[in-house]
Each structure stands twice: as structure tokens, then as C-alpha cells.
Design a protein around this ligand. Sequence first.
Ligand code: SAM
Ligand code: DTB
Ligand code: SF4
Length: 328
Amino acid sequence: MRYDWTVDEIEALFELPFNDLMWSAQQAHRKHFDANEVQLSTLLSIKTGGCPEDCKYCPQSSRYNTDVESELLMKKDDVMKAAKIAKEKGASRFCRGAAWREPKGRAFDLVCDMIVEIKAMDMEACATLGMLNADQAARLKAVGLDYYNHNLDTDPEYYKQIISTRSYDERLDTLKHVRANGMSVCCGGIVGMGETRRHRAGLVAQLAHMEPHPESVPVNMLVKVEGTPVADDEQFAATLDNFEFIRTIAIARITMPSSHVRLSAGREVMSEEMQSLCFLAGANSIFYGEKLLTTGNQDAENDQALFHKLGLKPMQINTPSSRRMVDA
Ligand code: SAM
Ligand code: DTB
Ligand code: SF4
């Protein structure tokens, strides 16, 4: 396994003829996974809106005028109902998101209580609650959290144009605490925010330098939400070509071959053919269910129909392919 990919090397992968890139990605995929299995994670926003951070893509920041209203933390019973529905529909992992800079006080206790109950349902538990310190990471591990999602979002250089209220290093610190406490890392980013190809290569390099690689790598296509700067300002306006998105997936697969690469936000508006090319490029995980956090996603029925057409199967938990393959 390599952890020393340079940005130049990754940029060179972006330059490959499309068919050659896809072939390399498929070889990497088949070496580590059953290429016809896709892991299904269902998201639930348990604390929506009113976030003090200034992430310029995010409809939940209180700094931007979007349709998202600030809500209180959801009640445990309602969260458990949603987890039960997700399991019945076939999701193997339930991920709760909170629009926080970091978890605090009683709200964090309540989130920990929820994790204990989700684990009792025999599902993998994931959470994305913002920055964590070492004690918080230890506590999440102790209550049984399997995965923690915290994204690097973009290249370290471009990052300054997107977020000012927390640094790249603070993100890396949170990821260190997650790893040090024995949880699996879910870490990826967003493409389509007006960044260059070099920046996309830089983001993949940052992810691929983590040793071990994140177990799960969400590749989000920006969802342009009216009122957010990346949707509204000319400076971020360039729309990403679909092939560039597929290339990014393929390159995540090649550089982090034993990770689950997730075709994440942006799927709602992708055609079946576009999604199929992402699966061919090595994506083997999706967000499953009609909503992401505040924006829409494909309906479960559409996904089931597409899986049927393509002969894809949902990945089950506690099988060799659902766990990280031993580093080769
Ligand atoms: N507040 C926590 C944090 O920022 O870590 C957790 C929730 S936050 C919404 C999780 C991730 O969602 C962000 O890091 C970002 O990658 C993704 N995200 C948010 N808004 C998005 C958008 N409009 N399009 C694509 N991805 C988005
Ligand atoms: C991730 O990488 N993408 C998800 C999850 N991790 C938490 C969130 C996508 C959010 C898209 C915008 C929204 O629905 O608010
Ligand atoms: Fe807040 Fe997370 Fe949105 Fe940033 S991405 S504004 S931290 S909810």
C-alpha cells in the first residue's frame, strides 16, 4: 500500500486517457473488493441549521440566508424510528449529522445514548458532529461508535477560500483523535466548488497520505444551495464536468484501493448512466434514502431498481468485504 503519492503523480492520473484510467481503477477495485457489492449508509440530520461556522458551501451555516431553519436536537425516539426504517430498507450503516462546530454538554450525552441503542439494532453506527477532542473521541468509542465522519473538504491551499472559522490542521487533529481511539475514519471532500484540477489532486493526496487510509472516502459533488456563497458567487461558479467527477472517483480508488469510496452528495441529479460510470470507476458505497442532511437524494426505490439493472448487491456488515481488506 502506498502513502506517498505526490500531487504531481495524482495530477498525471487525471491526465490519463479515460479508458486507461477506468481500467486501472477497476483492477484496483477488484483486487480488494467484490466489484458488484455496494455499501449503503443512511443519513439523518439530528441537529439541523444554526451552525456558527462559515463553510461557504453549507446551507446549515447561520451566516447565509438559505431555506434551512435552525432546529433543536431530535428526540431519541424519533432518531430510533428513522434508524429502524433505514435498516428495514437495507442500509448497513446509520449516520447522524449535527450542524455543530463541536459537540458540547448535555447534547453530547444524548448523542452518546443514541449510539448505544443503534448498536443494539445490529447496524454500524457513524456520526458527524464537528471537531472532537481526545476525550470526546474516547467517549464515542466507548459507547460503540464504529465510524466518525470528518471531511477535509478540499485542497489545503484552496481551503482558505472556503472556510475561515476552523483550520485544516484542526481537521487533521480531529481525525487523529478518531484514529487513535480505534474508530474507523470516514473522510473525503467536495468537488465542484470552483477549484482547479491541481486542487482536486491536492485533496486526494492529503487523503491518500493518511496512514492507514480512511476506511471510507466520501466524494461529494457540490449541491448548489441558493443563499450559500459557492452557489451564488461568480468566483465559485464553474460547474464541474461529469467526467472530471468520475475521474476523481477513479483516482480515489487507485490511490486508496482498500477504502470504501462513496459516491456521495450530488447523486439526486445524476442519471443512471452517470452513476453506473461512477460504480465502474470504483465507487462502492452510497448514501441511501431520500434525504442527505437538508437536501434531497435518490429515492430508495430508484436505487433498488438501478441495482437490479446492474446486478449490484448491498454489502452486508461483518463480512470480509465490509471490513478493510488487509493492507497489501
Ligand atoms: N458540522 C459537521 C462538520 O462540518 O464536520 C458535520 C456536518 S457537515 C454538513 C458534513 C459534510 O457535509 C461537510 O464536511 C461537507 O463535506 C458536506 N456538505 C455540506 N454541504 C454540502 C453541499 N452543499 N454539497 C456537498 N457536500 C456538502
Ligand atoms: C459527507 O461527506 N456528505 C454527507 C455526510 N458526509 C454527512 C453530507 C452531504 C450534505 C449535502 C448537503 C445537505 O444535505 O445539507
Ligand atoms: Fe456547520 Fe458543518 Fe455546515 Fe460547516 S459543514 S457550516 S461546520 S454544519
